[in-house]
Design a protein around this ligand. Structure first.
Ligand code: UD1
Length: 367
């Protein structure tokens, strides 16, 4: 079986690493790894390939910086010859970033079967770029691998035939469990002068939170207050850095650092007293690490992390964020449950499904 696996942005690398490792173990499966170049700087891209023990991409499309639309258009244009040359049996896309969308559209237009890993998640908020990517990607996918029960429910409600939906578990958690003990040897706490269990970690990059000085200013003010109780470490995403550099917001006292590598960040999260984030993946990772997570958004496409895990949706009102952080710091750490099939074996289940369909390669024979 020949696969083409498409990645482009930081969370894609973490998820695809699990699939690439599983492919490596199966001699009858080969893979052309295609990197769109959506994320291109060493700290957002190259370092992840090394740390996650992924081979360098076979094909780099180098779309580089640009608006969302121009980047996606370039990806589509460059994916056409790349996918034609790779001639895969199935194209695999992961998550909900622009590279996921471009990969799914290009593959389906070329008549290639599409497998979407992390299908079915819905925030029901169409102002979020990722929600548009999720809905369109799922609409053109042939194999929909869901990571939590809400994914299956959402797809069925949208009319996706049941036989295309596979509850596989969470590949991001495969990677976390694989690298967890290696991450514990990271010296990041010493480097940043932090005591285990005695600090908070924050990440922010959603356009709705960081693209307007007023919204970002409110969040930074809340972090300043929390920082009076525990030191707050803030690895700053490039999108957020752009806004901060021109805004004059008061970052004094916060420990702003450049984006961290995977192992350092995993170590930092695992020993934190509290995590505050607007990321999707971090809601899941903190659930496994059993670290309290406050999600600075009005909705989540990952409800299982709230229902069973350590996640709490607190919104973006600075006063509510500070109150929720105080409450979390005053309470014993929560003991959430581990969601079903978040067991480190999701990639294996996905490859099993794809291999069992590999013998019949025409579109007509798909589920
Ligand atoms: C993207 C994803 C988001 C994911 C996030 C993780 C979409 C719609 N969004 O958001 O779902 O959670 O990645 O990081 O796909 N930049 C750099 N260096 C880089 C990459 C980007 O400086 O290596 C700059 C870009 O030029 C741009 C900004 O950062 O100005 C934002 O990058 P972009 O890829 O548009 O989206 P993210 O905000 O990273």
């Amino acid at each position: 079986m020949k696969l083409a696996c498409i990645v482009g942005a930081r969370p894609n690398f973490v998820k695809m690493a699990a699939l690439v490792e599983e492919i490596r173990r199966r001699p009858s499966v080969s893979c052309t790894l295609i990197h769109t170049g959506q994320h291109y700087s060493p700290e957002m891209s190259g370092a992840f390939f090394e740390e996650l023990e992924m081979p360098p991409p076979d094909v780099s499309l180098d779309v580089g910086p640009g608006t969302t639309i121009s980047q996606t258009a370039k990806m589509l244009e460059r994916l056409e010859p790349a996918l034609a040359a790779a001639a895969p049996d199935v194209v695999v896309v992961v998550g909900d970033v622009n590279s996921t969308l471009a990969g799914a559209i290009a593959a389906s237009k070329l008549g290639l079967p599409v497998a979407h890993v992390e299908a079915g998640l819905r925030s029901f908020d169409r102002s979020m770029p990722e929600e548009i990517n999720r809905v369109i990607t799922d609409a053109v996918s042939d194999f929909l691998f869901v990571s939590e029960p809400s994914g299956e429910r959402n797809l069925l409600a949208e009319g996706v035939p049941r036989e295309r939906i596979f509850f596989a578990g969470n590949v991001m958690i495969d990677t976390l469990l694989r690298f967890r003990s290696k991450a514990e040897r990271s010296g990041v706490l010493e480097r940043l002068g932090l005591a285990a269990g005695g600090y908070g970690v924050v990440t922010l990059h959603r356009p709705s939170n960081v693209d307007h000085a007023a919204s970002l200013g409110g969040l930074v003010a809340a972090l300043q207050q929390i920082n009076r109780r525990v030191p707050v470490v803030f690895p700053v995403h490039p999108r957020t850095a752009q806004m901060l550099s021109g805004s004059g917001l008061d970052m004094a006292g916060l420990r702003a650092v450049a984006p961290l590598g995977y192992l350092d960040f995993l170590c930092l999260m695992s020993r934190a007293r509290l995590v505050l984030t607007d990321s999707g993946g971090i809601q899941e990772e903190t659930t496994i690490l059993q670290v309290p997570c406050l999600t600075l958004r009005e909705n989540t496409e990952r409800p299982v992390t709230v229902e069973q895990g350590t996640n709490r949706l607190v919104g973006t009102d600075p006063a509510k964020i500070v109150a929720a952080a105080e409450e979390a710091l005053d309470s014993p750490p929560p003991s959430g449950r581990i969601p079903e099939l978040w067991d480190g074996r999701a990639a294996g289940r996905i490859l099993d499904v794809l291999m069992s369909h590999a013998k019949t390669q025409s579109k007509q024979s798909l589920p």
